[in-house]
Design a protein around this ligand. Structure first.
Ligand SMILES: Cc1cc2nc3c(=O)[nH]c(=O)nc-3n(C[C@H](O)[C@H](O)[C@H](O)COP(=O)(O)OP(=O)(O)OC[C@H]3O[C@@H](n4cnc5c(N)ncnc54)[C@H](O)[C@@H]3O)c2cc1C
Length: 440
């Protein structure tokens, strides 16, 4: 009786309740002869709202917990497609240290998680390329999601001293190593000049005035990512994982804005859980409006490419980013993606609303006019102060995104222990552990 009810429920698309009932049948040993004993466990259904760094990481961790006998189906919703929000504007610099070279709160865990995701994305991209080459990929791939280009550069990062005082602080900072292989150490002026020829002249001068030992902090183990290509590859990793496990596992991208959680459940539910990773636009969802004390800050980044034509021949020191030179950290920063792309960040404009933040997602930026043009000028000028050749590179793109930051304390400092960005990365794996427990 119970078993018949279970099969009926399963066919009537109430698979989870049916599975629970069938499990009860099995436990109680009441299976009847002549009827199949196995009712497959239905997939746990998750909706993830937001296809940026956070949402894609959540999707990957969820699917990493899936097994053939306990499948998971993830539907990722993003009105702007993959990487349409702040993640698209990010310069892609990855390391776990504060400007003073201290470890961020839970920074080691966060970068360890991030490195795992980068490795998964690289493996998925390599596998997709191999499958495409020998035409063995039988699973359906989204034609809009290309995976052909490189997206990670492993190279040291360097924070030049801003002034004499910082040069003294850097000189006194002892070397620090993290469990995930990052290391920070002071760099004397002569080493900066050798590592980054012609760059960071102000830092070298400040260090010379302060005794020469702390012209910069060097971060070994740092990465620069191309955010959009990285997220495409990470999503491919999700898709491959779901296809490999089969049995109801799925990774589906829906390019749709979610107006509210209630509406989502009504239109596409029931979901066993909905994970909101909507970045700065989180407050647009009526259920979450006003709940998170976030400060929203819009920023532009500038992508530069080497000059072409006549300008290229007159450039001292060559036309490419100096070989082996680190990317540069600081209030303004330069993230080198190889020798012929440099991303410069970033401007800051506070006081946006969640709705204005949502409007920035997926928006094409016209950098020939208005505030985008002004931002491009400012960023190129700041880049040239660190690396003079930047003045003659060409603008390849300007991107805009809105950061969701923890509120400031009364003295204007960000609350160090409420670093939501790091917390988000760290809690992705916490979530995965909870899902694994639920599946046991
Ligand atoms: C200019 C700039 C430079 C930066 N540089 C760096 C850097 O070098 N290194 C670094 O570590 N960090 C950097 N950051 C910070 C980093 O970009 C963010 O912390 C990170 O991208 C946040 O990711 P997220 O997934 O939480 O949000 P987002 O990337 O903003 O993703 C949220 C997504 O949710 C979607 N969405 C929102 N609401 C809905 C809805 N209702 N329905 C459907 N979809 C919805 C949006 O379209 C968006 O794609 C930078 C940020 C900016 C703005």
């Amino acid at each position: 009786m119970l078993y018949r009810q279970a099969v009926r429920l399963h066919n009537a698309s109430a698979p989870r309740r049916a599975w629970l009932l069938a499990s009860k049948v099995r436990r109680e040993g009441r299976a009847m002869s002549g009827l199949p004993l196995f009712v497959p466990r239905p997939a746990l259904r998750f909706a993830v709202i937001g296809g940026g760094f956070a949402g894609c990481a959540v999707a990957w961790h969820l699917l990493a917990a899936a097994r053939a006998h306990s499948p998971i189906a993830v539907t990722l919703y993003d009105g702007a497609g993959l990487c349409g929000g702040a993640s698209r504007a990010a310069a892609g610099l990855l390391h776990p240290f504060t400007p003073r070279g201290r470890l961020l709160w839970r920074g080691d865990e966060a970068v360890a998680d991030a490195l795992e995701l980068v490795a998964a994305a690289e493996a998925a991209a390599a596998r997709a390329a191999a499958c495409a080459a020998c035409d063995t990929d039988k699973t359906e791939r989204d034609p809009d999601i290309g995976l052909e280009d490189r997206f990670v550069w492993r190279q040291p990062l360097m924070r030049p001293a801003r002034n004499e005082q910082q040069a003294r602080e850097f000189a006194a900072a002892e070397g620090r190593t993290t469990g995930s292989g990052f290391q920070v150490s002071p760099l004397p002026a002569a080493a900066v000049a050798a590592l980054a020829p012609g760059m960071c002249a102000d830092a070298i001068a400040a260090a010379s005035a302060a005794g020469g030992a702390g012209a910069a902090l060097l971060v070994q183990g740092g990465l620069v990512l191309h955010p959009e290509r990285y997220l495409r590859a990470l999503w491919e990793a999700c898709r491959q994982r779901a296809a490999d496990i089969g049995g109801g596992c799925a990774a589906q991208l829906v390019r749709q804005h979610v107006p509210s959680l209630v509406q989502l459940q009504a239109d596409a539910g029931p979901f066993d859980a909905v994970v909101v990773a909507a970045g700065a636009a989180v407050g647009v969802l009526p259920e979450l409006r006003g709940l998170l004390p976030l400060e929203l800050c819009q920023g532009f980044t500038l992508e530069l490419a080497p000059p072409s034509g006549r300008a290229a021949h007159t450039l001292p020191g060559g036309t490419l980013y100096p070989a082996g030179a680190p990317s540069l950290l600081g209030e303004f920063y330069v993230a080198a993606q190889g020798r012929s792309t440099a991303v410069v960040g970033a401007t800051r404009r506070y006081g946006l609303t969640p709705l204005a933040s949502l409007a920035e997602c997926g928006k094409a930026v016209d950098w020939t006019r208005g505030e985008a043009a002004a931002a491009a000028c400012e960023l190129q000028r700041e880049a040239a102060a660190l690396w003079p050749a930047a003045a003659s590179w060409q603008v390849a793109a300007v991107r805009s995104g809105v950061r969701a930051m923890p509120p400031r304390t009364q003295d204007g400092k960000e609350q160090a222990h409420r670093n939501y960005g790091v917390q988000a990365l760290a809690t992705c794996s916490d979530l995965a552990h909870r899902v694994e427990d639920a599946l046991k």
